[in-house]
Design a protein around this ligand. Structure first.
Ligand code: BDR
Ligand code: CA
Length: 306
């Protein structure tokens, strides 16, 4: 099975990309970039730079620069203006592929048995579904970091960033029928890394490990201020680890997930129906708990891989 990583790097996206690529466990056809934490030029640049730092041979395709309907959101306050902790990474030497990310996803889905690992707003995936009628039957599964399981938002009171940044796109993806494994915000909050793991990351001596450790400080500072003790929150990493090894998810529930695209207070909310009393079928498996120790080890092994 082949994989595409759709992403908006992003400090935690970086941890997910490093783990997915350096684990060697996933056959990755390419990385597609999307607007999100910062603008598309920065997310693409960061993806290219990470691939170069790892010395990996993974092409990067640039995707959508804005959401389908609304104005662009960003999360520079948690990722820095450059999306990588304001570390002023050197410009990448490589360039993105000429093909648009959406065309690349469609082509790959028609050629291969394909799964997607999505770490940002779902604009590219929704556009691909809208452009190719049969696509939902071609994509085997989407493992995503997105949404909330208990309506505890991080961008609005009820909505998580990746959904809030393009609710229409998220609605298209959840209605598509593609099987979804969803890692929600609450599970990420329950799976933060403490001082011991942070120190091990600071000790990494590889190129990519050092670059990540530097960028991470920005995030550690903000997350620590938010949660009150020294912690590192790497949401997207959980989804990458679940793609590599589904057993990192230790508790899950099947549900019908609908994205609220209206709502005065609730736009971007993932409405979780576990009862399905109206006869609707589950469209997602929601990760409610993860194995923190296993995930920390997978990440440390990845940043320390030569
Ligand atoms: C998600 O939003 C982004 O800021 C992170 O990269 C992650 O994908 C967390 O809500
Ligand atoms: Ca992300």
């Amino acid at each position: 099975m082949k994989w595409i990583i759709d992403t908006d790097p992003g400090i935690d996206d970086a941890s997910a990309i490093i783990t997915a690529v350096n684990s060697g466990a996933l056959d990755i056809l390419g990385i597609t970039t999307v607007h999100g934490n910062v603008g598309l030029n920065h997310t693409t640049r960061n993806a290219l730079k990470l691939v170069e730092l790892m010395g990996a041979d993974v092409p990067v395709y640039q995707g959508a620069s804005r959401p389908i309907l609304q104005k662009r959101e960003h999360a520079a306050e948690y990722h820095g203006e450059d999306g990588f902790g304001n570390t002023s990474l050197a410009e990448p030497e490589t360039k993105p592929q000429a093909q648009h990310a959406v065309d690349f996803i469609i082509e790959a889905a028609n050629k291969h048995e394909l799964s997607l690992l999505t770490l940002g707003p779902l604009t590219n995936v929704a556009l691909a579904i809208a452009m190719d009628r049969g696509l939902e039957k071609q994509i085997k599964q989407i493992v995503m970091m997105a949404g909330t399981s208990r309506a505890r938002g991080n961008t609005s009171p009820l909505a998580e960033f990746n959904i809030f940044a393009d609710p229409e796109a998220a609605a298209v993806v959840f209605e598509s029928g593609i099987p979804i494994i969803m890692v929600p915000w609450e599970t990420c909050l329950d799976t933060v890394f403490g001082p011991e793991t942070i120190a091990q990351i600071r000790n990494s001596s590889t190129q990519v490990g050092k670059a990540f450790a530097q960028a991470m400080e920005y995030s550690v500072e903000r997350t620590t201020a938010y949660l009150g003790t020294e912690v590192l929150l790497l949401c997207d990493l959980l989804a990458a680890c679940a793609a590599i090894d589904p057993s990192v998810i230790t508790e899950q529930v099947e549900a019908r997930v609908t994205v609220e695209t209206g709502g005065r207070f609730s736009r971007g909310l993932t409405v979780i129906d576990e009862r399905m009393d109206d006869g609707s079928k589950p469209n997602a498996s929601i990760a409610l708990a993860c194995d923190r120790a296993k995930i920390a080890k997978m990440f440390l092994d990845a940043i320390n891989a030569k």
